[in-house]
Ligand binder design. Sequence first.
Ligand code: S3P
Length: 165
Amino acid sequence: MPVILIGFMAAGKSSVARILDENFVDTDECLSEKFEMSISEYVSKYGTDAFRQQETALLADLLSSDRAQVIATGGGIIESKKNQSLLELQTDVVYLQADFSTLLQRLKKDSLCQRFIFENSDLSDLEQIYKERLPIYEQLSRVTIDTTHLTASEAAELIIEKTPF
Ligand code: S3P
């Protein structure tokens, strides 16, 4: 079964996944390639629900094949009940956690990466989304790693220690 990294935007999922396996699959990258446009462009054209449906189809597809050893997911993948059910069946779901202010600082620095949730939410909305998602990330994961003070390499080392990876 693959190691699946979940967590809020800017938790470091893709950076850590790349260290674990250079052939990791990034759900946002896969979808953006499929759409032939950025996720933000896709969402402004077709809406969030359409994006979430595409995300679900991709996750189901990835989990029913052995295409990926390591999967970095988009931060909102845990919102759909279908995805929650798919993730509940997985043994190696790792939650990369960080406090809200750290994530916010990272998001502000990462201006190259467009994220529709970040672009279209004010600070209190964003914090609300963070608070709502937190228990879901916790419930779905077998391992939680607090990345607040860790480099991506340190987080990857902990994952290697704590999972059969
Ligand atoms: C989203 C997170 C993004 C991307 C999309 C929506 C979210 O992925 O899937 O912009 O709802 O939190 P990252 O977590 O990789 O930034």
